[in-house]
Design a protein around this ligand. Structure first.
Ligand code: PRT
Ligand code: ZN
Length: 283
Protein backbone atom coordinates (compact mmCIF):
# COMPACT_ATOMS: atom_id res chain seq x y z
CA UNK A 1 0.00 0.00 0.00
CA UNK A 2 1.30 3.44 -0.96
CA UNK A 3 0.76 6.58 1.07
CA UNK A 4 0.54 9.84 -0.90
CA UNK A 5 0.67 13.30 0.71
CA UNK A 6 -1.60 15.95 -0.83
CA UNK A 7 -2.16 19.58 0.10
CA UNK A 8 -5.07 19.70 2.56
CA UNK A 9 -6.42 23.01 1.29
CA UNK A 10 -5.14 25.67 -1.04
CA UNK A 11 -4.43 26.01 -4.72
CA UNK A 12 -3.23 22.47 -5.40
CA UNK A 13 -5.76 20.52 -3.31
CA UNK A 14 -8.63 20.32 -5.75
CA UNK A 15 -6.50 19.73 -8.84
CA UNK A 16 -4.55 16.98 -7.06
CA UNK A 17 -7.69 15.13 -5.99
CA UNK A 18 -9.21 15.68 -9.47
CA UNK A 19 -6.14 14.05 -11.02
CA UNK A 20 -6.46 11.01 -8.76
CA UNK A 21 -10.18 10.68 -9.52
CA UNK A 22 -9.63 11.01 -13.26
CA UNK A 23 -6.97 8.30 -12.93
CA UNK A 24 -9.72 6.04 -11.57
CA UNK A 25 -8.69 6.30 -7.91
CA UNK A 26 -11.71 6.91 -5.68
CA UNK A 27 -11.29 8.93 -2.49
CA UNK A 28 -13.52 9.23 0.54
CA UNK A 29 -15.38 12.55 0.63
CA UNK A 30 -14.89 13.41 4.32
CA UNK A 31 -12.54 16.38 4.09
CA UNK A 32 -11.98 16.58 7.86
CA UNK A 33 -10.04 13.34 7.91
CA UNK A 34 -6.25 13.63 7.80
CA UNK A 35 -5.81 10.17 6.35
CA UNK A 36 -8.19 8.45 3.95
CA UNK A 37 -7.89 5.14 2.16
CA UNK A 38 -8.90 4.59 -1.44
CA UNK A 39 -11.51 1.84 -1.75
CA UNK A 40 -10.30 0.78 -5.22
CA UNK A 41 -6.52 1.37 -5.39
CA UNK A 42 -3.76 0.31 -2.96
CA UNK A 43 -3.26 3.84 -1.72
CA UNK A 44 -4.07 6.07 1.23
CA UNK A 45 -4.02 9.86 1.17
CA UNK A 46 -2.42 11.99 3.87
CA UNK A 47 -3.58 15.62 3.82
CA UNK A 48 -0.90 18.16 4.84
CA UNK A 49 0.17 21.78 4.43
CA UNK A 50 2.24 22.02 1.28
CA UNK A 51 5.29 23.25 3.26
CA UNK A 52 5.45 19.89 5.06
CA UNK A 53 5.11 17.61 2.03
CA UNK A 54 8.77 17.48 0.82
CA UNK A 55 10.12 16.50 4.26
CA UNK A 56 7.32 13.98 4.89
CA UNK A 57 8.14 12.28 1.59
CA UNK A 58 11.90 12.57 1.99
CA UNK A 59 11.90 10.70 5.30
CA UNK A 60 9.39 8.08 4.09
CA UNK A 61 6.37 8.94 6.27
CA UNK A 62 4.62 9.25 2.91
CA UNK A 63 5.93 7.35 -0.13
CA UNK A 64 4.67 9.95 -2.58
CA UNK A 65 3.53 13.56 -2.60
CA UNK A 66 2.04 16.13 -4.94
CA UNK A 67 3.47 19.60 -4.33
CA UNK A 68 4.68 22.68 -6.20
CA UNK A 69 8.19 22.23 -7.60
CA UNK A 70 9.02 25.55 -5.91
CA UNK A 71 8.50 23.93 -2.48
CA UNK A 72 10.74 21.00 -3.43
CA UNK A 73 13.47 23.38 -4.62
CA UNK A 74 13.16 25.61 -1.56
CA UNK A 75 13.21 22.93 1.11
CA UNK A 76 16.07 20.98 -0.47
CA UNK A 77 15.13 17.60 1.07
CA UNK A 78 16.26 14.65 -1.03
CA UNK A 79 13.26 13.35 -2.99
CA UNK A 80 12.75 11.80 -6.42
CA UNK A 81 10.83 14.00 -8.84
CA UNK A 82 8.85 11.35 -10.73
CA UNK A 83 6.56 13.43 -12.93
CA UNK A 84 5.63 17.03 -13.79
CA UNK A 85 1.84 17.26 -13.58
CA UNK A 86 1.25 20.46 -15.61
CA UNK A 87 -1.07 22.23 -13.18
CA UNK A 88 -0.28 24.91 -10.58
CA UNK A 89 1.94 26.54 -13.17
CA UNK A 90 3.74 29.67 -12.01
CA UNK A 91 7.18 31.27 -11.93
CA UNK A 92 9.39 32.68 -9.20
CA UNK A 93 10.58 36.13 -10.09
CA UNK A 94 12.38 39.18 -8.77
CA UNK A 95 10.39 42.42 -8.91
CA UNK A 96 11.16 46.03 -8.04
CA UNK A 97 9.10 49.27 -7.89
CA UNK A 98 8.13 50.05 -11.46
CA UNK A 99 9.52 53.61 -11.46
CA UNK A 100 13.09 52.38 -10.73
CA UNK A 101 15.38 51.76 -13.67
CA UNK A 102 16.72 48.22 -13.84
CA UNK A 103 20.23 47.45 -15.06
CA UNK A 104 20.49 43.64 -14.68
CA UNK A 105 20.96 41.25 -11.73
CA UNK A 106 23.86 43.40 -10.36
CA UNK A 107 21.17 45.93 -9.50
CA UNK A 108 20.48 43.80 -6.42
CA UNK A 109 24.02 44.15 -4.99
CA UNK A 110 23.64 45.44 -1.41
CA UNK A 111 19.84 45.64 -1.71
CA UNK A 112 17.19 44.24 0.67
CA UNK A 113 14.85 41.66 -0.85
CA UNK A 114 11.74 40.27 0.83
CA UNK A 115 10.71 36.70 0.10
CA UNK A 116 9.18 33.47 1.40
CA UNK A 117 11.72 31.54 -0.70
CA UNK A 118 15.13 32.47 0.79
CA UNK A 119 16.82 29.18 -0.18
CA UNK A 120 16.19 29.47 -3.94
CA UNK A 121 17.07 33.17 -3.91
CA UNK A 122 20.28 32.66 -1.95
CA UNK A 123 21.46 30.04 -4.48
CA UNK A 124 20.56 32.32 -7.39
CA UNK A 125 22.65 35.21 -6.06
CA UNK A 126 25.56 33.01 -4.90
CA UNK A 127 25.85 31.62 -8.46
CA UNK A 128 26.18 35.20 -9.67
CA UNK A 129 28.47 36.43 -6.89
CA UNK A 130 25.95 39.04 -5.82
CA UNK A 131 25.55 39.76 -2.13
CA UNK A 132 22.30 41.19 -0.87
CA UNK A 133 20.19 41.09 2.27
CA UNK A 134 17.43 38.48 2.05
CA UNK A 135 14.53 39.21 4.39
CA UNK A 136 12.39 36.15 4.95
CA UNK A 137 8.73 36.92 5.49
CA UNK A 138 5.80 34.52 5.55
CA UNK A 139 3.16 36.39 3.55
CA UNK A 140 2.12 39.62 1.81
CA UNK A 141 5.60 39.86 0.35
CA UNK A 142 4.42 42.22 -2.38
CA UNK A 143 3.70 45.12 -0.03
CA UNK A 144 7.26 45.14 1.43
CA UNK A 145 8.74 47.78 -0.91
CA UNK A 146 5.85 50.24 -0.41
CA UNK A 147 6.17 50.10 3.41
CA UNK A 148 9.96 50.49 3.28
CA UNK A 149 10.76 46.95 4.38
CA UNK A 150 12.65 46.01 1.21
CA UNK A 151 13.98 47.37 -2.09
CA UNK A 152 12.58 44.48 -4.08
CA UNK A 153 10.77 41.18 -3.74
CA UNK A 154 11.17 37.60 -4.86
CA UNK A 155 7.83 35.81 -5.12
CA UNK A 156 5.50 33.56 -7.07
CA UNK A 157 3.99 35.17 -10.16
CA UNK A 158 1.18 33.72 -12.19
CA UNK A 159 -0.88 36.28 -14.14
CA UNK A 160 1.29 39.16 -12.90
CA UNK A 161 -1.69 41.18 -11.66
CA UNK A 162 -0.60 41.14 -7.98
CA UNK A 163 2.68 42.81 -8.98
CA UNK A 164 0.87 45.43 -11.08
CA UNK A 165 -1.59 46.18 -8.25
CA UNK A 166 1.35 46.84 -5.95
CA UNK A 167 3.26 49.07 -8.39
CA UNK A 168 5.96 46.47 -9.02
CA UNK A 169 7.63 45.33 -12.24
CA UNK A 170 8.95 41.80 -12.83
CA UNK A 171 12.62 42.09 -13.76
CA UNK A 172 14.11 38.56 -13.54
CA UNK A 173 12.49 35.13 -13.79
CA UNK A 174 14.49 32.77 -11.57
CA UNK A 175 12.56 29.53 -12.12
CA UNK A 176 9.39 27.96 -13.53
CA UNK A 177 7.25 25.72 -11.39
CA UNK A 178 4.32 23.34 -11.66
CA UNK A 179 2.91 20.61 -9.43
CA UNK A 180 5.14 17.53 -9.34
CA UNK A 181 4.76 13.95 -8.17
CA UNK A 182 7.61 13.28 -5.77
CA UNK A 183 8.67 10.08 -4.05
CA UNK A 184 10.91 8.77 -1.28
CA UNK A 185 14.30 7.82 -2.75
CA UNK A 186 14.83 4.05 -2.96
CA UNK A 187 11.23 2.77 -2.71
CA UNK A 188 11.04 -1.04 -2.76
CA UNK A 189 10.19 -2.84 -6.02
CA UNK A 190 6.68 -3.73 -4.88
CA UNK A 191 5.83 -0.06 -4.23
CA UNK A 192 7.57 1.02 -7.43
CA UNK A 193 5.26 -1.25 -9.44
CA UNK A 194 2.25 0.62 -8.07
CA UNK A 195 4.04 3.95 -8.66
CA UNK A 196 4.58 2.99 -12.32
CA UNK A 197 0.89 2.08 -12.72
CA UNK A 198 -0.05 5.41 -11.15
CA UNK A 199 2.31 7.39 -13.38
CA UNK A 200 1.06 5.69 -16.51
CA UNK A 201 -2.53 6.53 -15.52
CA UNK A 202 -1.51 10.15 -14.84
CA UNK A 203 0.16 10.29 -18.27
CA UNK A 204 -3.08 9.11 -19.92
CA UNK A 205 -5.11 11.74 -18.08
CA UNK A 206 -2.64 14.53 -18.88
CA UNK A 207 -2.45 13.52 -22.56
CA UNK A 208 -6.20 13.72 -23.00
CA UNK A 209 -6.45 17.18 -21.42
CA UNK A 210 -6.97 19.91 -24.00
CA UNK A 211 -7.68 17.30 -26.71
CA UNK A 212 -10.84 16.63 -28.75
CA UNK A 213 -11.92 13.73 -30.91
CA UNK A 214 -12.91 14.76 -34.44
CA UNK A 215 -14.97 12.74 -36.94
CA UNK A 216 -15.31 14.18 -40.39
CA UNK A 217 -16.72 12.94 -43.70
CA UNK A 218 -14.63 13.75 -46.80
CA UNK A 219 -14.93 12.97 -50.51
CA UNK A 220 -12.38 10.26 -51.35
CA UNK A 221 -10.44 12.51 -53.72
CA UNK A 222 -9.91 14.97 -50.84
CA UNK A 223 -8.59 12.48 -48.28
CA UNK A 224 -4.96 13.36 -48.86
CA UNK A 225 -5.61 17.09 -48.44
CA UNK A 226 -7.72 16.48 -45.34
CA UNK A 227 -4.97 14.42 -43.73
CA UNK A 228 -2.58 17.33 -44.15
CA UNK A 229 -5.00 19.49 -42.15
CA UNK A 230 -5.55 16.90 -39.40
CA UNK A 231 -2.41 14.83 -39.05
CA UNK A 232 -3.14 11.89 -36.79
CA UNK A 233 -1.03 10.62 -33.88
CA UNK A 234 -0.18 7.41 -35.70
CA UNK A 235 -1.76 6.07 -38.88
CA UNK A 236 -5.11 7.85 -39.48
CA UNK A 237 -8.37 5.99 -38.95
CA UNK A 238 -10.15 5.95 -42.30
CA UNK A 239 -13.55 4.29 -42.73
CA UNK A 240 -15.55 3.98 -45.97
CA UNK A 241 -19.08 5.38 -45.78
CA UNK A 242 -22.15 3.56 -47.16
CA UNK A 243 -22.41 6.47 -49.58
CA UNK A 244 -19.82 5.50 -52.25
CA UNK A 245 -17.07 8.03 -52.91
CA UNK A 246 -17.00 9.26 -49.29
CA UNK A 247 -14.93 8.29 -46.23
CA UNK A 248 -14.86 9.20 -42.56
CA UNK A 249 -11.62 10.29 -40.88
CA UNK A 250 -11.23 10.03 -37.08
CA UNK A 251 -8.48 12.05 -35.39
CA UNK A 252 -7.40 13.45 -32.03
CA UNK A 253 -6.73 17.18 -32.21
CA UNK A 254 -5.82 20.03 -29.85
CA UNK A 255 -8.89 21.82 -28.52
CA UNK A 256 -7.47 25.21 -29.47
CA UNK A 257 -7.20 24.13 -33.14
CA UNK A 258 -10.81 22.87 -33.46
CA UNK A 259 -12.30 25.87 -35.25
CA UNK A 260 -9.34 26.50 -37.52
CA UNK A 261 -9.22 22.86 -38.65
CA UNK A 262 -13.02 22.65 -39.06
CA UNK A 263 -13.03 25.80 -41.27
CA UNK A 264 -10.23 24.49 -43.45
CA UNK A 265 -11.87 21.07 -43.81
CA UNK A 266 -15.14 22.69 -44.90
CA UNK A 267 -13.26 24.72 -47.50
CA UNK A 268 -12.04 21.51 -49.18
CA UNK A 269 -15.56 20.01 -49.21
CA UNK A 270 -15.71 18.07 -45.94
CA UNK A 271 -19.12 17.61 -44.31
CA UNK A 272 -20.66 16.55 -41.00
CA UNK A 273 -17.81 17.48 -38.70
CA UNK A 274 -18.40 16.01 -35.26
CA UNK A 275 -16.27 17.09 -32.28
CA UNK A 276 -16.39 14.92 -29.16
CA UNK A 277 -14.88 15.28 -25.70
CA UNK A 278 -12.14 12.83 -24.88
CA UNK A 279 -12.00 11.22 -21.50
CA UNK A 280 -8.82 9.14 -21.58
CA UNK A 281 -6.00 8.54 -24.03
CA UNK A 282 -4.27 5.31 -23.05
CA UNK A 283 -1.28 4.48 -25.23
O1 PRT B 1 -1.81 26.27 3.42
P1 PRT B 1 -0.65 25.78 2.63
O2 PRT B 1 0.69 26.07 3.29
O3 PRT B 1 -0.79 24.35 2.24
O4 PRT B 1 -0.69 26.58 1.23
P2 PRT B 1 0.04 27.93 0.79
O5 PRT B 1 -0.84 29.08 1.15
O6 PRT B 1 1.47 27.94 1.23
O7 PRT B 1 0.11 27.73 -0.79
P3 PRT B 1 -0.99 28.01 -1.92
O8 PRT B 1 -2.15 27.10 -1.76
O9 PRT B 1 -1.26 29.48 -2.06
O10 PRT B 1 -0.14 27.59 -3.21
C1 PRT B 1 0.30 26.28 -3.40
C2 PRT B 1 1.18 26.21 -4.64
O11 PRT B 1 0.44 26.67 -5.78
C3 PRT B 1 2.42 27.08 -4.64
O12 PRT B 1 3.48 26.53 -3.87
C4 PRT B 1 2.75 27.14 -6.12
O13 PRT B 1 3.46 25.98 -6.49
C5 PRT B 1 1.37 27.09 -6.78
N1 PRT B 1 0.90 28.39 -7.34
C6 PRT B 1 0.51 28.57 -8.64
C7 PRT B 1 0.76 29.56 -6.71
C8 PRT B 1 0.28 30.49 -7.65
N2 PRT B 1 0.13 29.85 -8.84
C9 PRT B 1 0.05 31.87 -7.24
N3 PRT B 1 -0.35 32.69 -8.08
N4 PRT B 1 0.99 29.93 -5.42
C10 PRT B 1 0.77 31.21 -5.05
N5 PRT B 1 0.32 32.20 -5.90
C11 PRT B 1 0.14 33.56 -5.30
C12 PRT B 1 1.48 34.32 -5.14
O14 PRT B 1 2.04 34.04 -3.89
C13 PRT B 1 1.08 35.79 -5.26
O15 PRT B 1 0.61 36.29 -4.03
O16 PRT B 1 -0.65 34.38 -6.12
C14 PRT B 1 -0.11 35.71 -6.20
C15 PRT B 1 0.37 36.01 -7.58
O17 PRT B 1 -0.59 35.69 -8.53
P4 PRT B 1 -0.84 36.59 -9.84
O18 PRT B 1 -1.77 35.79 -10.68
O19 PRT B 1 -1.43 37.88 -9.38
O20 PRT B 1 0.52 36.80 -10.50
ZN1 ZN C 1 2.43 26.66 2.33
Amino acid sequence: MLRIALQSKGRLNEKSTDLLREAGISLEENSRRLLSRSPNFPMEVLYLRDDDIPQTVSCGIADLGIVGFNEVAERGYPVEVFQHLEFGKCRLSLAIPKYIEYSGPEFFEGKRIATSYPGILDRYFKERNISCEIREIAGSVEISPSIGLADGIFDIVSSGSTLVQNGLAEVEKVMDSDAVLIGTPGLCEEKMQTVRTLMSRFTSVLRSRGKKYMLVNVPNDKIEEALKIIPSMKSPTLLPLADKGWSAIHAVIDEEDVWDKADRLKQIGAEDILILSMEKLII
